[in-house]
Design a protein around this ligand. Structure first.
Ligand SMILES: *Cc1c(COP(=O)(O)O)cnc(C)c1O
Length: 355
């Protein structure tokens, strides 16, 4: 069934082993972030085979589906108060920054008769989630007063809203804050969580502050790309995930529409490059399923012209292949394309079995 995403278990496992192997000499555990592939259970299992210590996701619905794997599940998005019951049921650890939520979580954990672990997020400049450094002490004291919630770590998230790059300064500060918190609570913290795929370059250049012992990694596992500078890590694959879509029309047509140009399907006034007469293919996928700008045809002589909700238009004039209606075209994808492809129920996902 098309369209579909084919996932290479071998390439995915190689990417994972590479990242886990880079982190290991530093005493850093890698938690695999599953949100970009909507916590597809078989893909999560490949990442576990590759050596990740636990699974992390922003959405509790996703963590719920990973329960049968029996591994530690970390909730990434600071939870809604309205979902705390689900959080204590389906996540062993969660990231937190609000006392009101922590208190509601404590009640929910007591009601269920479980202990729930939390990582306090500290905002070191990126301005997404987290308490400010000067609020850490009072917040930690308040968490320590809770009965069923245990503070097990502190963490930071960078390069998400503000684009701030992790470095020796901000992650060094996280390390110092961790040392202060450990002194305050009188026990070591299990996790000093130093960010996402944008922190990996610090492992490559040997500049990761020693106190950091956990990273939460998504993009580099699936696309082999570190995200501070956008470099592909040596020995990883950027094509472990391939989109396949089917040609439903193939005709020679003009490249500039005929008639008065108004708005397109998305309320924008389109502009067209005049390529003269072209051989143009329509493939059966659209903006409902994918971020078209995030796709790259494997046939490098194909250009993507654009898409409506469910038709993607391609210029195949220059291609060396003689395509026909019914042929399948293949594409590499970026993070935003992958996110949308996995979220679309109209796109099949197929894992090549482990060799
Ligand atoms: C999404 C997310 C990650 C993973 O980010 P990548 O760039 O995919 O590695 C890590 N931490 C948090 C809090 C996240 O929301």
């Amino acid at each position: 069934m098309y369209p579909r995403v084919i996932i290479s278990s071998e390439k995915l496992k190689t990417n994972t082993e590479k990242v886990v192997g880079m982190a290991k000499p530093y005493g850093i555990d890698v938690f695999a972030v599953t949100k970009v592939f909507c916590a597809h259970s078989q893909i999560a299992q490949v990442l576990l085979k590759g050596g990740v210590k636990g699974l992390a996701d922003s959405r509790i619905e996703n963590l719920k589906t990973l329960g049968h794997l029996g591994v530690t599940r970390l909730l990434l998005r600071i939870p809604m108060i309205s979902e705390v019951k689900e959080v204590v049921r389906h996540a062993e650890i969660s990231l937190q920054s609000e006392l009101a939520t922590l208190r509601a979580l404590d009640v929910a954990a007591k009601d269920l008769g479980v202990r729930h672990k939390v990582v306090l997020m500290v905002d070191l400049g990126d301005l997404r989630e987290g308490v400010l450094p000067e609020q850490v002490e009072t917040t930690v004291r308040a968490i320590e007063a809770l009965e069923a919630v245990t503070l097990c770590g502190i963490g930071v998230n960078l390069t998400c809203y503000g684009g701030v790059i992790p470095d020796e300064d901000n992650l060094g500060e996280l390390g110092r804050i961790a040392t202060d918190v450990e002194a305050l609570i009188g026990r070591p913290l299990e996790y000093i969580s130093g960010g996402n795929s944008s922190s990996l370059y610090l492992l490559e250049n040997g500049k990761m502050p020693s106190k950091i012992n956990q990273l939460r990694v998504g993009e580099t596992l699936v696309l082999g790309r570190e995200t501070a500078y956008g470099a592909t890590l040596d020995g990883t694959y950027d094509d472990a995930f391939i989109l396949e879509a089917e040609i439903v029309e193939l005709k020679e047509k003009g490249s500039v529409p005929k008639g008065k140009i108004g708005m397109n399907a998305f309320g924008e006034t389109p502009h067209f490059e005049d390529r003269g007469k072209i051989l143009r293919a329509i493939v059966a996928i659209g903006q409902q399923d994918v971020v078209v700008d995030g796709l790259q045809p494997l046939d490098e002589k194909i250009d993507i012209l654009g898409a409506s909700s469910d038709h993607m238009l391609l210029d195949v004039t220059r291609s060396d292949s003689a395509y026909a209606v019914g042929d399948i075209l293949a594409f590499k994808m970026d993070y935003s394309a992958m996110l949308k492809l996995f979220t679309s129920k109209y796109v099949d996902k197929v894992l090549e079995s482990l060799l």
